[in-house]
Design a protein. Structure first.
Length: 497
């Protein structure tokens, strides 16, 4: 049986502004916005309501009653921003949270309350923390969203409705508790139907004829005979593990134990599905409402708990537990099929490719995985296009590296133009100038001609030379086109070791 919690923020807008400007907490104030050429109050805090000022009044009339009333200009979309922030905060209690505009949240709490010692402790802790943050919050739990919504706003006895008893709990509540529109509620009151008990058992054709199909839908949703869907603020990842803590974790050792437990659970699931983890994120929710995150990625799919834990340990010092962490959330953001290892790395047979991949992961954890690259040969004539970056260790190619010709260990991404002095045409230079430095060439080998791929692009051929200067430094240079061609020019393309 599913269980839902509805949270109602009675003064959401004013509480949000008061948190941003603490001086507003001790004075009456309202939030106003222009409407049809006049300023209308959109929300009033508790102190202003005690002075007889309520939402919907014209601001000028309210100031006539209370001249010193503090006014805050309404920000468009502020309610949704507040609800989204509060919904993300509630993710520490359940992964399934939905915004319920204009002033509420809906939580699917199925399978969660036992981690806090039952529904009563679960509701109490959540509501007290929201109130400590400065929000006027009320909540209720029921089998259906409609019943929970009704009791959070109109219930006056118990906030927790026992499973299967939502109808009994709805009977004494006013019609608006069924989320009916104001026009329908006013018609019910004119007919003397002041509570749900007065009409809920009436013949359905009569209710449909007098009040429309919407009323029947709301009744069925509240009773649970019609399923109501939710749209979570964050889709639940298919590979996610949660670990709530009864006592906040403040030590590095406690964080390590939590990570090991989460990794063990996650890897067991990956093992059953023949999958491996490629990237993961650990989110730590602190008791002071701050959130800490660390992430890592691997060069190949893995479900080796020890290896994955070693990647986390490199980043544990960056986590600041402060007053303590109350929830750990491990999410596998990238998951791939884990197949038998048959590939080759850099065209060389690897006796223990798994160990190489894990070594790369550890190095990547220290310097950043984006700093490590693997390249494969690509079928292009021009050297700068003769390779491509591999996505992982499993990727293969049909191309072959050029092994019968000498190639520089450092190849520039794009050739850089240089000026040279040559003794005669079609000879290697005896002097070259690169970045305002002159180098005397004492040895040279070449030329090696590389043509353009005519089916892809047009352009002159290249004549490559391997040259060495007086200090022993060696360069890979080329002349573009024939000596007497307008497109002719000399370029530096790489450095030898």
């Amino acid at each position: 049986m599913s269980r839902f919690m509805s949270i109602w923020f009675g003064h959401l807008l004013t509480d949000g502004y008061a948190r941003q400007s603490p001086h507003l907490q001790s004075i009456p104030f309202v939030v106003a916005a222009p409407e049809h050429g006049r300023m209308v109050i959109r929300a009033a805090n508790l102190r202003a309501e005690a002075d007889g000022i309520a939402a919907g009044k014209v601001l000028a009339d309210a100031r006539a009653i209370f001249p010193d009333l503090q006014v805050v200009d309404a920000k468009e979309g502020m309610e949704n921003e507040l609800l989204l922030a509060l919904g993300e905060w509630c993710l520490r209690y359940t992964p399934d949270v939905t915004i319920n505009p204009p002033d509420g949240l809906i939580l699917n709490i199925s399978g969660c309350p036992h981690l806090w010692g039952g529904e009563r402790n679960y509701l109490k802790e959540l509501v007290l923390k929201l109130r400590a943050m400065g929000y006027d919050a009320r909540a209720a739990i029921a089998d259906t969203i409609g019943a929970a919504w009704a009791h959070a706003r109109y219930g006056k006895i118990a906030p927790i409705i026992e499973s299967g008893r939502q109808k009994e709990a709805l009977l004494p509540l006013p019609p608006l508790a069924l989320r009916l529109d104001q026009i329908t509620a006013d018609r019910l009151h004119k007919l003397g139907l002041h509570s749900v008990a007065h009409f809920i058992d009436m013949p359905r054709p009569t209710l449909r004829r007098r009040f429309g199909q919407e009323m029947l839908i709301r009744i069925d949703q509240a009773l649970g005979t019609l399923m109501e869907t939710m749209k979570p603020i964050r889709p639940i990842p298919p590979y996610e593990e949660r670990l709530p803590c009864l006592d906040p974790v403040r030590t590095a050792k406690g964080i390590e134990i939590a990570i090991q437990m989460l990794l063990t659970q996650l890897c067991q699931r990956l093992f059953k599905e023949d999958k491996g983890l490629r990237a993961a994120t650990l989110t730590c929710y602190r008791v002071d409402n701050e959130v800490q995150q660390i992430s890592f990625s691997t060069s190949r799919p893995s479900r080796n708990v020890e290896h994955l834990f070693s990647l986390f340990t490199l980043k544990i010092p960056s986590i600041c537990p402060a007053l303590g962490i109350e929830l750990f959330l491990l999410e596998a953001t990238v998951v791939e099929e884990l197949t038998a290892v048959k590939e080759m790395l850099w065209n060389q047979t690897i006796s223990n490719e798994k160990a190489v991949a894990e070594l790369l992961d550890k190095i990547g954890g220290k310097i950043g995985i984006d700093k490590i690259h693997r390249y494969l040969p690509d079928e292009h004539y021009l050297p700068e296009h003769s390779y491509k970056e591999a996505a992982n260790l499993q990727e293969k190619t049909t191309g072959q590296w050029c092994t019968n010709r000498l190639r520089p260990i450092c190849l520039l991404p794009e050739p850089e133009q240089i000026t040279v002095a040559v003794p005669t045409p079609d000879y290697p230079p005896f002097l070259l100038r690169y970045k305002d430095e002159c180098y005397q060439i004492v040895k040279a080998d070449g030329p090696e001609r590389i043509e353009q791929q005519w089916w892809e692009q047009e352009g002159p051929h290249r004549d490559y030379y391997s040259v060495e200067d007086a200090d022993g430094a060696r360069y890979w240079i080329f002349r573009s086109g024939h000596y007497n061609n307008e497109q002719s020019g000399w370029f530096l393309h790489g450095f030898f070791a």
